[in-house]
Design a protein around this ligand. Structure first.
Ligand code: ADP
Length: 601
């Protein structure tokens, strides 16, 4: 032990001694106290982990007392109620000494308010922090402390909160001088603050490590993503981009060092890259709070001259805290869809070639069928004049005529399909042209219903014309194509014998002065059936190219999912709209509008 600290703190006074002398003694004692506290303060401040605090504590306490062991019980996590118990022996202790220590620590913990912690749990939690020289001796040599003679428990307090218990144990009775209690409490306070600091630092380091690991994990995910990802600031300048985005940029001839931190508009002008203008536009929309999905942009071309097509989705990037939401920039996901586009192009070319090829034999079949029908009709007319009427219907020619009528109606159906396929190619090439003329919509509807009724003799097709005047300027054959497609579906997707209702009404045909106007307003055509209906979740999809509802009811009918797509394209090309209402199992009504005079979009 370094000198006798106890004597350093003995501040005796005597009534016989002169005041100056007495004051001098007090000052000396005070100075010694200060020096001692300063020395231990430095020891604790220098400790950077809990073991160093333990050893600083042990060294300090050993200057005051002789004892066999000390222990530090520390609250690990006040919420989860976990504890750390370190036992620091000064020399070897027996098994029973340990057990007694644990029992007394458990009791002290309970007294100090740490409820619910048992001696068994403490025994499991305890950590033997033996000084190095003690730990190194293989077998404990004499003396071995065998039972506790005296002990002292002092709360470890930080800002009036008890964070643990410091306990001292000795094998001899009366080992702890109560005169030193105040000083021991001060030392415990130093230790408590040092331990609390270590604990905070440990927690901070653990959090930092966790955050760092998370950051590294995210970085790994982003860098191994197949999609290009780029982040911009609020000014629309790219601040970071992952490997895939760098690769895509390189395909367009741009390198990271040339693009980072420059606002995209400026970059587009610098690089003379129109696609960057488009990217800037999309990013600006996101910076204005909008989410943009799958916007297609041609960003250059591959080596073989194939256009490099990117699908770009952008969303605003916010810093959301409890108190505020701040826009940081935008995040964009770039997908190279060039190969999909190529496949689509091949598909379109295939469809176009096949439909052209089909048209030639189809025209021949149609022509010869009509020719045969006309010949048989002529023969039957002649037979009619020569024989009684009831025998004519039993002639083989009458059978042939019925068969040929079916062939003709099926050929018409096939022709419509082939025309739809051809139209599809035209739409894909942006080559669908309208040849408008003036006609009565009611006439076209009546003709379509008549034709449909021929092939659907089991269905009852009803036509309701609610408008006296149905004059319209539109592409007549295209309009009948729309009606044909919708009507065909109504028949196809409803059971035999059911009714299909076609309605025509005029809407908003008055001009701004309340007069009937031939220019303004539109016609509303609806086709209702009593068939299988369409679930609302498919309402938007069924107007998409090649989309067919995949449920048991729809799959019983053949089709290629193109009729409604073409109908939509034609209606919209006239400036109209197409939609439906439906009750699953109780039928559907398809509506479309056509302006009296087309409003080309
Ligand atoms: P297709 O009939 O050749 O499949 P369409 O484009 O004409 O293609 O129709 C797309 C899908 O919409 C159909 O597959 C069918 O599932 C659904 N559909 C269209 N019309 C009706 C209808 N009247 N009743 C029920 N379902 C319909």
């Amino acid at each position: 032990m370094e000198g006798s600290v106890q004597s350093q703190f003995e501040v005796t006074t005597s009534a016989n001694r002169p005041l100056v002398e007495e004051t001098g003694d007090r000052l000396t004692a005070l100075r010694q106290q200060m020096e001692f506290l300063n020395k231990i303060g430095k020891r604790f401040v220098a400790a950077i982990d809990r073991f160093q605090v333990h050893h600083a504590l042990l060294a300090t306490l050993q200057e005051l007392y002789h004892f066999s062991a000390c222990s530090i019980l520390l609250e690990g996590d006040p919420i989860e109620l976990t504890f750390n118990l370190s036992i620091i022996p000064c020399y070897p202790l027996s098994e029973s000494f340990f057990q007694e220590m644990i029992d007394r620590i458990a009791r002290a913990a309970e007294v100090m308010g740490f409820t619910g912690i048992t001696a068994e749990e403490l025994a499991m939690l305890s950590y033997l922090d033996a000084p190095d020289d003690l730990a190194q001796s293989a077998l404990p040599e004499h003396p071995v402390a065998t039972s506790i003679g005296a002990y002292l428990n002092i709360p470890l307090t930080v800002e009036n909160r008890i964070i643990g218990v410091l306990s001292l144990f000795d094998e001899h009775e009366h080992a702890f001088d109560t005169d030193l209690l105040q000083l021991t409490t001060m030392i415990a306070d130093y230790a408590a603050v040092a331990l609390d600091n270590v604990r905070l630092r440990e927690r901070e380091i653990a959090l930092w490590r966790e955050a760092e690991l998370e950051r590294q994990r995210l970085e790994l995910i982003l860098s191994s993503m197949a999609e290009g990802l780029l982040i911009t600031n609020r000014q629309g300048a790219i601040t970071s981009l992952n490997n895939s985005a760098q690769h895509l940029m390189a395909l367009t001839g741009l390198h990271v060092e040339h693009i980072v931190s420059i606002p995209l508009r400026q970059l587009a002008a610098q690089q003379q890259a129109p696609w960057l203008e488009l990217l800037a536009e999309i990013i600006e929309q996101a910076l204005a709070g909008k989410i943009v999905m799958n916007s297609e942009v041609i960003a250059g071309s591959h080596e073989e001259g194939v256009p490099l097509t990117l699908s770009i989705s952008v969303a605003p990037l916010y810093d959301r805290s409890v108190t505020h939401t701040k826009l940081l920039g935008a995040v964009a996901v770039l997908n190279d869809i060039t190969s999909h586009k190529q496949i689509d192009k091949l598909k379109d070319e295939f469809v176009s070639i096949v439909s052209h090829e089909l048209r030639t034999p189809l025209t021949a079949i149609k022509g010869y069928t009509q020719h045969l029908i006309r010949r048989i009709e002529r023969r039957l007319r002649e037979s009619h004049s020569a024989q009684p009427a009831h025998t004519v219907s039993e002639l083989p020619e009458s059978y042939d005529l019925r068969s040929l009528n079916i062939v003709q109606s099926q050929t018409d159906h096939l022709e419509r399909l082939v025309n739809d396929l051809l139209d599809l190619s035209r739409v894909q090439l942006g080559d669908l042209q309208l040849h408008c003329s003036s006609f009565y919509l009611s006439d076209v509807l009546a003709e379509c219903v008549r034709q449909a009724q021929v092939s659907a003799d089991q269905h009852n097709i009803l036509l309701e014309i609610e408008s006296h005047d149905s004059k319209i300027v539109a592409d007549k054959s295209r309009v009948s194509q729309v009606i044909g497609n919708v009507l065909d579906n109504a028949i196809k997707y409803s059971p035999q014998g059911k009714q299909v209702k076609v309605r025509l009404e005029a809407q908003g045909s008055q001009d701004s002065k309340g007069r009937e106007s031939s220019e303004e307003g539109e016609y509303l055509v609806s086709v209702s059936d009593e068939g299988i209906g369409v679930n609302p979740e498919y309402f938007d999809h069924i107007f998409e190219r090649f989309y067919r509802v995949r449920n048991a009811a729809s799959q019983q009918f053949s089709g290629i999912g193109m009729g409604l797509y073409i109908a939509k394209v034609i209606v919209e090309a006239h400036g109209g709209r197409i939609w439906l209402t439906s009750n699953q199992d109780r039928g559907s009504t398809f509506y479309f509008t056509l302006p009296r005079v087309p409003h080309m979009p």
